[in-house]
Design a protein around this ligand. Structure first.
Ligand code: MTE
Length: 305
């Protein structure tokens, strides 16, 4: 893949920042820093800014953008980067619909002028037992939920990917039921770790990464992090989600990263970090146990996988 000179500066910036992340964590400090992507940065200290530790190194821009799952562009890992050049993420609108006081069609560019973009370095753990560490830019999903102003009957949110078979060649085939859909319980959606991402490494999301807007839920398997979102529906019942609809015995609605519950066909106890040789142990909730385990207190996580 060709890397443009505009991408080199942010990459160096983040390589240097990686050292900063490590030393600040060692000193017990976790600070939010500004990003190069938007003018309206958040300069607040943010305990959620860098949710990785000294054992995590950032994956490269190249790794993050050439090893992808995005079935709308094909099933292979390089298909999304190779087959997505005809996808046009600009302009973009998002439908907010369902059990809310403010149903509307939001213009993304307009929205981004009003919302502060933050840096979030998160691990992403795929259900296929590989993982990466990614420096995202985005904003908490809760900001958008506030704009929608849900009714008290809205208990879940369903996300829908755009349907454009002319631009997404995978959608011309029945690889999955289209459009791709995903869902979260309202408290998961409101959790401060849950973000909508617009960029990574200080660069707008490339098409293969889910341009122009994708979900990132770092304590859940990667397939919950739905890409190129066109609708957000507020509903009263647990909504359908693509993979748990297709194979309910393999993929549950919750799909929290859980090293104690194996996939029927492979172990979830370890993972291959892209770029590394030795396998790593998978951490409960992908290492975000302290922040999110309270969401599931009293639930049998073997049953609600
Ligand atoms: N979103 C859509 N619309 N279509 C997809 O096929 N794949 C999911 C998720 N989001 C997918 C999707 C899966 S299986 C994973 S692991 C992550 O995207 C991968 O994200 P990445 O390619 O940015 O690493």
């Amino acid at each position: 893949m060709k890397i443009f000179s505009s991408e080199i500066t942010p990459y160096k910036h983040y390589i240097n920042r990686r050292k900063f992340i490590k030393s600040s964590l060692a000193a017990g400090l976790v600070l939010g820093t500004s990003t190069t992507i938007q003018a309206n940065h958040s300069s607040n200290q943010n305990i959620y800014a860098n949710q990785v530790d000294e054992n995590d190194s950032l994956n490269s821009f190249e790794e993050i953008t050439t090893y992808n799952n995005f079935y709308e562009f094909g099933m292979g890992k390089t298909d999304p980067s190779e087959n997505s050049s005809n996808f046009n993420p600009k302009p973009w609108s998002i439908n907010l619909e369902g059990l809310i006081n403010n149903p509307q069609v939001l213009d993304l560019e307009n929205l981004l002028q009003k919302i502060a973009i933050e840096d979030r370095v998160y691990r992403l753990r795929c259900v296929e037992a590989w993982s990466m560490v990614i420096p995202w830019q985005g904003f908490p999903l809760s900001e958008l939920i506030k704009i929608a102003d849900p009714l008290s009957s809205a208990k879940f949110i369903q996300f829908v990917t755009v349907f454009r078979p002319d631009e997404m060649p995978g959608q011309k085939r029945r690889l999955l039921p289209w459009p791709y859909v995903e869902g979260l319980r309202m408290d998961e959606a409101m959790h401060p770790l849950t973000i909508l991402s617009t960029g990574l490494y200080g660069h707008d999301l490339l098409n293969q990464s889910g341009a122009p807007l994708r979900l990132v839920v770092p304590w859940k398997y990667g397939f919950k992090s739905i890409k190129s979102i066109s609708s957000i529906r507020f509903v009263d019942k647990q909504p359908e989600a693509t993979w748990s609809m297709l194979a309910p015995s393999e993929y549950g609605f919750y799909s929290n990263v859980n090293n104690f519950v194996d996939h029927p066909r492979w172990s979830q106890g370890t993972e291959r970090r892209i770029g590394e040789f030795k396998r790593r142990k998978t951490l409960m909730f992908n290492g975000y146990e302290e922040e999110v385990s309270h969401l599931y207190s009293g639930m049998d996580l073997r049953k609600y996988y």
